[in-house]
Design a protein around this ligand. Structure first.
Ligand SMILES: Nc1ncnc2c1ncn2[C@@H]1O[C@H](COP(=O)(O)OP(=O)(O)OP(=O)(O)O)[C@@H](O)[C@H]1O
Ligand SMILES: [Mg+2]
Length: 262
């Protein structure tokens, strides 16, 4: 179980990005983290994966634990070895390396035996990565690059996979495909923290969800309950449970803030 308790994060002196975030990622579950631009979603994932420092951020209060182990003071490589791995915003694959080389880089901290197993799993989840193994990663389509980014993360056989907006910029059909793969990854026993602005996709995939607003958890609950919540429907699901579009947030956000005390 991954636990975040009373987490406060700043960037430099002026930006307080998270102020008092609490959440739990159940073993073998999918937790969606929703919220508008600047809410602190990426900051949360960077803190969990230990990459916050690379962005000049600091934890000023609170803690992150994986089981009994405190991980918020560890470096990213140690956190990967403990079983928590992130796919950052914008994928960040090595575009000049081949698909295979990218996967190999993801499995660098594991044993040869584990690597063989992990590669098999990745190739089964994403057959295209097997077909295109020798191709330069930068030549893959956007969706395929996202698959490679997820595949590379899975090469370290994580217990917890952190995904930052995997649907960003992808066609609806590809988003659907990626949703199915996230479900499959979860079914294979890996917990997933899914950061998304695509609330429809995220609530469909996740069992639990939290909504971040300006660095705080404004709402938390089971996905199906949140999908039925009036506020989530109006602000994130376009007004009706049946509607499959995500609304523009600029207008309603204000109301959301006043209602949830953001
Ligand atoms: N490296 C940084 N230096 C300074 N401020 C930052 C940095 N990264 C993020 N911030 C600020 O911290 C706050 C939270 O940003 P964060 O990127 O976590 O939001 P987000 O929810 O991921 O947004 P988006 O949906 O746009 O990706 C914002 O006010 C942002 O401007
Ligand atoms: Mg972000």
């Amino acid at each position: 179980m991954l636990n975040v308790r009373d987490l406060h994060v700043r960037y430099g002196r002026s930006v307080a990005a998270l102020h008092g975030v609490d959440l739990a990622v159940p073993d073998d579950g999918v937790l969606a983290v929703l919220g508008s631009n600047g809410a602190g979603k990426s900051t949360l994932l960077r803190t969990i994966s230990g990459t916050l420092k690379l962005h000049r951020g600091v934890v000023t209060r609170g803690e992150v634990r994986l089981g009994e182990t405190r991980i918020d003071k560890l470096d990213p490589a140690s956190i990967v070895r403990l079983g928590v791995v992130g796919v950052p915003e914008g994928r960040q694959i090595f575009t000049r390396m081949s698909v295979d080389e990218n996967l190999r880089a993801g499995g660098i901290s594991t044993s040869a035996e584990q690597r063989v197993k992990a590669r098999k799993r990745v190739h089964e989840l994403f057959p295209v990565l097997a077909e295109r193994g020798r191709q330069r990663a930068g030549l893959l389509s956007g969706g395929e690059q996202q698959m490679l980014a997820i595949g590379r993360a899975l090469m370290s056989a994580p217990q917890v996979l952190l995904l930052d907006e995997p649907s960003l910029g992808l066609a609806p059909k590809v988003v659907e495909q990626i949703s199915g793969i996230i479900r499959e990854i979860h079914a294979q026993g890996t917990s997933v923290v899914l950061v998304e602005q695509n609330a429809v996709m995220a609530l469909n995939v996740a069992d639990h969800a939290v909504v971040l607003e300006v660095g705080r958890v404004a709402l938390a609950g089971k996905s199906d309950e949140l999908s039925r919540s009036e506020d989530v429907q109006r602000l994130y699901l376009g007004g009706h449970a049946e509607t499959h579009t995500v609304t523009e947030e600029a207008g309603p956000r204000k109301h959301f803030l006043s209602r949830w005390g953001g």
